[in-house]
Design a protein around this ligand. Structure first.
Ligand code: TYD
Length: 132
């Protein structure tokens, strides 16, 4: 559900030598981390995503730079701009998403609740809408 999407603030350990943030399954996320991946070297103007997951839940951080995540449940659209590495966006399953507006050298880091499974993807927007 779109109302379950939420920004999650992470600990920020400020240090003159450089700041540090972290997240732990048990303390910060509503799911157990099974996999991580990251998106980088995105050419200007490109978009990623364009699908929903049937079961996979994700937590997305802009480790570097900035990008937008556009989400919809088929009724309402919400856009989140991520541009700091000390918070991230929790996206439950069943939400259609795009990522775009990537800044130069941005890195999107994603923690996921399931192993990669192509059959968990819904890539057909009409089919996604029909399941609502
Ligand atoms: P995909 O999730 O389809 O990216 P996008 O939604 O931005 O188009 O992933 C792109 C490719 O990477 C796809 O062929 C599958 C592969 N992939 C993995 O093998 N493991 C993973 O954990 C992920 C996320 C993708």
């Amino acid at each position: 559900m779109l109302e379950d999407v939420k920004l999650i603030d992470l600990p920020k350990i400020l240090d003159e030598r450089g700041n540090l943030s972290f997240f732990e399954t048990n303390n910060h996320l509503p799911f157990d981390i099974k996999r991580t991946y990251w998106i980088y070297d995105v050419p200007g103007g490109e978009t990623r995503g364009g699908h929903s997951y049937n079961t996979n839940e994700e937590f997305v951080i802009a480790l570097s730079g900035s990008f937008d995540i556009i989400l919809t449940d088929g009724f309402e659209v919400k856009t989140f701009s991520l541009n700091r590495s000390y918070y991230g966006l929790y996206i439950p399953s069943g939400i259609w998403r795009h990522m775009g507006n990537f800044s130069t050298n941005s890195v999107a880091f994603v923690a996921a609740s399931t192993d990669y499974d192509p059959s968990d993807y819904e890539r057909d927007y009409a089919a996604f809408i029909n399941k609502r």
